[in-house]
Design a protein around this ligand. Structure first.
Ligand SMILES: [Zn+2]
Ligand SMILES: [Zn+2]
Length: 184
């Protein structure tokens, strides 16, 4: 599999799994295909819950309060996941780097390596702040918990969707309106 220099697909895969968690193992595997992974994974009965645990650990990186905490959590995740980097050109993909033991092709282990290293590349090449929860969901009572992976040119994406951006704008507008206008 290919990890591009910005780690983009791996971060998008993690966000996709976090936002829309598949009901079974086949759903997880289908999601890896959707995001461009081509490799076959070894199958094990606890793949579904173990992959969930990887995503939950990754969400702590998303929710970290500051860059230092974020880096520390991500370093922990990479320490569990990453082997020494290896050059490989399997499957005619062209030369690229793998960050995992070739012998271990378990679904949760491969995803932990790909997602943690991909997230590290994304945060260091594009910016340490470019991973967050949708800003609409941070307002009291708003249900959105979606992850925002900011791959925009200007790096100012705060909402997961136009719908959430609009809802937040309406709410800000209402908050600005005076509660009562004595004397008209
Ligand atoms: Zn590969
Ligand atoms: Zn949202």
């Amino acid at each position: 599999m290919h990890l591009n220099p910005y780690g983009e697909y791996a971060v998008l895969l993690a966000a996709s799994l976090a936002d829309d968690w598949p009901a079974d193992r086949a759903g997880i595997e289908a999601r890896t295909r959707m995001l461009g992974m081509t490799m076959d994974f070894a199958e094990s009965p606890d793949d579904h819950p173990r992959t969930r645990a990887v995503i939950d650990e990754w969400l702590r990186v998303v929710d970290a309060g500051n860059p230092g905490e974020r880096a520390a959590l991500l370093n922990d995740l990479m320490a569990q996941a990453a082997a020494y980097p290896r050059l490989t050109d399997h499957g005619g993909e062209g030369w690229h780097i793998h960050y995992r033991d070739e012998a271990n092709d378990s679904l949760p282990d491969v995803l932990r390596a790909v997602i943690s290293v991909g997230t590290a590349l994304h945060l260091t090449t594009r910016g340490i702040h470019r991973l967050s929860r949708c800003a609409a969901g941070q307002m009291a009572g708003d249900p959105c918990t979606a992850v925002v992976v900011d791959v925009t040119r200007n790096g100012r994406q705060r909402y997961c969707s136009v719908r959430c951006a609009n809802r937040a704008a309406v709410r800000r507008h209402r908050a600005r309106r005076p509660l009562a206008a004595p004397g008209g």
